[in-house]
Design a protein around this ligand. Structure first.
Ligand code: CAA
Length: 277
């Protein structure tokens, strides 16, 4: 696989080109940088953008050439300013439910992707944009990032998981304050409440996200996949079952060549040469 920087397509594991209208996908050093590219609508998520992101995530899940994914927005103003209000305005109740399911499917595919996904939030992350960031594993944001769940201003509630993931991440009271007031918070406030991992200057955003991604790419890929899977699955269980699950996953690591190589390399005082199984 080898779409290079600047090309608006990627090659699948089978070597087929994937063309995107609203995304740029650049793959380098096992890191896929996905840029949502609808600047005229501040990168708002319409149906075709949701579908394209979903196809890209399905490919990343299976494609060994991709080990970490970074999602960002085009331009310096917005990560994603929400679900597309123009596209939603005339929806019937059934169509809106279908649109919500499409968003949920995408967010879940990010959350359950075998590869870690980093949101590089470069500006407004509102409504569906905040929900997209919430479904990623790590959020690195620029100083001008702004977060809100402003759906109550539009007479609706969040439809891509905002009522659920926000409360799970920052707690019920903080989530309800954002959801009920629709107020925007800045990057520093988001950092203080644990909504984001790191705040950096906008010029350093992609570089910082890439540095973190590179660090992860250099670890044992099997262990990286299992860390994500075990944390996610364990959080949905009670502690005793979650610890039991961790023990099972820990045991499974010892069936891999990566465990043998990782521990041998430590004892031989050299870098490990992981193969991913
Ligand atoms: N959908 C469609 N178009 C959008 C959009 C959105 N969510 N957000 C911005 N745009 C469009 C604007 O309509 C405008 O288009 P035109 O130039 O054709 O008029 C263009 O992007 C630039 O936006 P503004 O002129 O409004 O820029 P601004 O700097 O004055 O304001 C903003 C920026 C504060 C982000 C403002 O655009 C805004 O409030 N956007 C809407 C945010 C929002 O309510 N998001 C939640 C959507 S609902 C949702 O997401 C539900 C869900 O969970 C599924």
């Amino acid at each position: 696989m080898g779409a290079s920087r600047g090309e608006a397509f990627m090659l699948t594991a089978k070597g087929e080109a994937m063309d995107f209208k609203n995304l740029r996908v650049e793959i380098e050093n096992n890191i896929a940088l996905v840029t949502i590219n609808r600047p005229e609508a501040l990168n708002a998520l319409n149906e075709s953008t949701l579908c394209e992101l979903k196809s890209a995530m399905a490919e990343f899940h299976d494609n060994e050439a991709v080990q970490v994914v970074i999602i960002t927005g085009s331009g310096k103003k917005a990560f994603v300013a929400g679900a597309d209000i123009v596209a939603m305005q005339q929806l019937s109740a059934l169509e809106a439910r279908r649109f919500s399911h499409l968003g949920h499917d995408l967010m879940r595919s990010i959350e359950t992707c075998a590869k870690p996904v980093i949101a590089a939030v470069n500006g407004f992350a509102l409504g569906g944009g905040c929900e997209l960031a919430l479904s990623c594993d790590i959020r690195i944001v620029s100083e001008n990032a702004r977060f809100s769940q402003p759906e109550v201003n539009l007479g609706v509630i969040p439809g891509f998981g905002g009522t659920q993931r926000l409360a799970r991440l920052v707690g019920k009271a903080r989530a309800l304050e954002m959801l009920l007031t629709g107020d925007m918070i800045d990057a520093e406030q988001a950092y203080q409440m644990g909504l984001v991992n790191r705040v950096v200057a906008q010029e350093a955003l992609i570089e910082t996200a890439t540095e973190m991604a590179t660090k992860i790419v250099n670890k044992g890929p099997y262990a990286v996949r299992q860390v994500k899977e075990t944390v996610r699955t364990g959080l949905e269980m009670d502690l005793d079952r979650a610890n039991q699950y961790e023990a099972e996953m820990f045991g499974l690591c010892f069936a891999t060549l990566d465990q043998k190589e990782g521990m041998l390399a430590f004892l031989e005082k050299r870098p490990a040469n992981f193969i991913g199984h």
